[in-house]
Design a protein around this ligand. Structure first.
Ligand SMILES: NC(=O)c1ccc[n+]([C@@H]2O[C@H](COP(=O)([O-])OP(=O)(O)OC[C@H]3O[C@@H](n4cnc5c(N)ncnc54)[C@H](OP(=O)(O)O)[C@@H]3O)[C@@H](O)[C@H]2O)c1
Length: 345
């Protein structure tokens, strides 16, 4: 990590709407990867643009790639240009970029975590982040447990001095019930349940957020949103692109595991749940859970009659020829992994 610079004089705009984040450092494990570049960096930039990031905020990226802080900032700039869809505001960029740092290392190396601790101490002093740290695991799932255990061993999950420490995990959270339970146990050995955020980025999508407002803040629809007036609901999630460079990940997962237990179950439960007693996270979660319990498990025969799996063939996208799934990079030509799934619940 290069020498930490002075805090820049410029500041982000005041928040337009919503609550500003707490002062904190976001540590991104897997900072050189696809999820970071395509999703996390643009999301952070948009939060900064909306004035929703605390002024006392910084990001520390961790991965194997040999980057200096400056190289990492350049990559962040390129990601914003590529994925945010418009030009980067010079003044905001000056404020934003100076809170990005990079630490090179291997997740399996214990020494990384003592260097991480030193780096966090310095960043915390420079940006007054109140020692609040959250660790975003943008890494392959086999690293989830080991990284959190090493963070805890280095004292980096400790919340004893009025600061918070959190860990954020995206899908896939295990590949079946048993592995999900095993991962849960591994995490909860060293972290409190309230420190673990199993997130689903679909919940941040505007259309998904709007389902709640549309259902419960709308005097026209609320009274007729029930089985007397609605015969059935179809939820379609249509991708605009193929697996592109993600073949090696996708072929092990498939659409069923990649989309259904997380995003689609969220959509089903938000669509079908009763009004929660408040919009507090636990109250909403409890109502969603009731729907999941109410879905009947399928028998083997029902799986055959109520589900369909398929793969996409070759076609055109924006006037360009694109390959069939079996012709994608890193996908075996005889793979039976599904890229399409439909099910009736
Ligand atoms: N991509 C998405 O849109 C998406 C969406 C939802 C969930 N996810 C999940 O998010 C996770 C990350 O996905 P991704 O697509 O970003 O993967 P990726 O592009 O392969 O990135 C993995 C990152 O981890 C780093 N890394 C791997 N092994 C390491 C090690 N031993 N030590 C240090 N760094 C290491 C890589 O660093 P180097 O490049 O420096 O080697 C890279 O920065 C996966 O669990 C995936 O399932 C991804």
């Amino acid at each position: 990590m290069a020498q930490i610079a002075e805090q820049p004089k410029t500041a982000p705009p005041p928040p337009r709407i919503g609550k500003q984040s707490d002062p904190c450092v976001m540590v991104i494990f897997g900072a050189a990867g696809d999820l970071t570049g395509r999703m996390l960096i643009p999301a952070l930039y948009n939060l900064a643009r909306a004035g929703l990031l605390s002024r006392e905020f910084a990001v520390l990226g961790v991965a194997r790639a040999q980057f200096s802080d400056e190289d990492f900032r350049k990559k962040v700039f390129d990601d914003i240009k590529t994925y945010c869809g418009d030009c980067v505001d010079d003044e905001l960029w000056e404020w934003f970029s100076q809170r990005f740092y990079y630490l090179q290392g291997n997740f399996d190396d214990d020494n990384l975590y003592s260097r991480l601790k030193d780096a966090l101490t310095k960043i915390d002093q420079t940006h007054s982040t109140h020692q609040n740290f959250f660790y975003y695991l943008a890494v392959a799932p086999n690293f989830f447990g080991p990284i959190v255990q090493r963070l805890a061993a280095a004292g980096l999950m400790d919340q004893s001095n009025n600061h918070w420490r959190r860990v954020v995990i995206e899908k896939p959270f295990g590949h079946d019930l048993e592995s999900a339970k095993a991962l849960n146990q591994e995490l909860l050995k060293v972290a409190d349940e309230k420190q673990v955020y199993r997130i689903d980025h679909y919940l941040g999508k505007e259309t998904v957020q709007n389902i709640m407002a549309f259902r419960f803040a709308n005097g026209i629809f609320e009274p007729v949103w029930n089985r007397r007036y609605i015969d059935h609901v179809q939820i379609s999630v249509a991708e605009t692109v193929g697996v592109e460079g993600r073949g090696s990940y996708f072929d092990h997962a498939g659409t069923l595991r990649d989309m259904v237990p997380n995003h689609i179950m969220q959509l089903i439960s938000l669509t079908a749940m009763e009004p929660p007693i408040s919009f507090d996270a636990n109250a909403v979660r409890d109502e969603q859970a009731k729907i999941l319990h109410a879905i009947q498990p399928m028998s083997d025969e029902e799986v055959l009659s109520r589900t369909v799996r398929g793969q996409y063939g070759e076609g055109t996208e924006d006037g360009k020829r694109v390959p069939a799934y079996r012709g994608e990079e890193d996908v075996p030509p005889d793979t039976r992994t599904e890229t399409f799934v439909a099910a009736r619940a």
